[in-house]
Write a protein that binds this ligand. Structure first.
Ligand SMILES: C[S@@+](CC[C@H](N)C(=O)[O-])C[C@H]1O[C@@H](n2cnc3c(N)ncnc32)[C@H](O)[C@@H]1O
Length: 329
């Protein structure tokens, strides 16, 4: 766990955090158990559920650094460009400060360290818990690792480092859009809207009067706002599993996530289904796409009176569920 590694660096590896404010970039909730003085830390976090949970531990949780900081601790991400952007942000917001980079091997910490060694003199390094933690002084800028908050992909859509399917439409979402009937109308929800590809397909239907794009990752939602220039859309930076729609929905269309971090987590998709059922009107319908092996049918049949598979292939299945049980009074 990254907190164990950080504690090892602090207690046995010679790492001393400087006095003054510290920024934590990409810290996960487990890191709250590290021996760091949380009251002087700003937690920089854009994923809504993690942002909310951090609010219980840290005095300030922000979506962007305010700085200047005396130091920063960067947790690596699986997406290399996102890790680079975080380190560059850390260097920028803690000029001359102490930068700590902490990550698992499976999150690509080693190539990042290799690249950093060419630019900075490492002040220390530890290996622990299948990962590494290094620290250096931010004595020169890292401008070539800085990335704009969003940029156009080859198809001309705005996406950001680390967001789902940044290079172009996801094949599962494409399969869902192809199977979606034209008749969808009224108030529609897209739970886990990402940068907005599926939402745009839904909006091609004139009968759609309102579209609620619900997304936990703020950087993705900001891209959706840039991509969907349509007055029918309302953007919600929210955890879709607890989100309460401001109106009962006639339809929910979604490609729910099935990973929490690196771990496959079918319970997350099931929580999305429960949220869809809760937010749908009595005659409302759900359309969703899922990897074929994901066991969503028992949850659907528990929560909806009619469930059918309307398409798919050996990789995906497209499921349609109608008439939810009343979960919301
Ligand atoms: C499989 S992607 C689908 C994205 C988009 N709808 C598309 O079709 O390209 C699932 C999305 O759900 C988001 N997500 C994950 N957990 C979430 C949560 N608890 N609440 C809302 N969105 C979440 C992810 O950030 C990701 O953008």
């Amino acid at each position: 766990m990254s907190a164990d590694r950080l504690n090892f660096a602090l207690h046995s590896g010679g790492l001393t955090l400087p006095d003054g404010p510290i920024a934590l970039f990409g810290a996960q909730i487990e890191d709250a158990s590290a021996d760091i003085d949380l009251p002087r830390c700003d937690v920089i976090q854009t994923f809504r559920p993690t942002y909310e949970t951090w609010g219980r531990y840290a005095s300030r949780v922000l979506t962007a650094p305010e700085g200047p900081y005396a130091g920063a601790i960067v947790t690596t991400s699986r997406a290399r460009d996102l890790t680079e952007a975080r380190v560059a942000q850390a260097v920028k917001s803690a000029p001359n400060g102490l930068i700590v980079v902490n990550g698992a091997k499976t999150d690509g910490v080693e190539p990042i360290i290799k690249a950093l060694k060419k630019r900075y003199e490492l002040l220390g390094q530890v290996s622990k818990a299948h990962g590494k933690c290094i620290w250096f002084q931010a004595d020169s800028p890292l401008t070539d690792w800085e990335l704009p908050a969003m940029a156009c992909n080859p198809q001309g859509d705005y996406t950001a480092p680390g967001v789902f399917s940044a290079d172009g439409a996801d094949p599962a979402s494409q399969a869902l859009a192809a199977a979606l009937p034209d008749k969808i109308k009224g108030a529609v929800g897209d739970l886990g809207a990402g940068w907005g590809w599926l939402s745009r397909e839904i909006l091609k239907r004139d009968g759609v009067k309102a579209l609620h794009a619900v997304e936990a990752e703020k950087t993705a939602l900001d891209c959706a706002e840039a991509n969907l220039n349509d007055p029918r859309v309302r953007f919600h930076w929210a955890d879709a599993t607890t989100w309460m729609s401001p109106q009962m929905l006639d339809a929910v269309v979604m490609n729910p996530p099935f990973h929490t971090g690196r771990k496959a987590d079918p319970d997350l998709g099931k929580a999305f289904i429960r949220s869809a059922a809760k937010n749908l009107a009595p005659q409302g319908q759900l359309w969703l796409v899922a990897n074929r092996h994901l066991p969503y049918e028992p949850t659907l049949t528990e929560l909806f009176r009619e469930v059918k598979e309307i398409g798919g292939d050996n990789r995906f299945k497209i499921l349609n569920a109608a008439r939810p049980s009343r979960l919301r009074s």
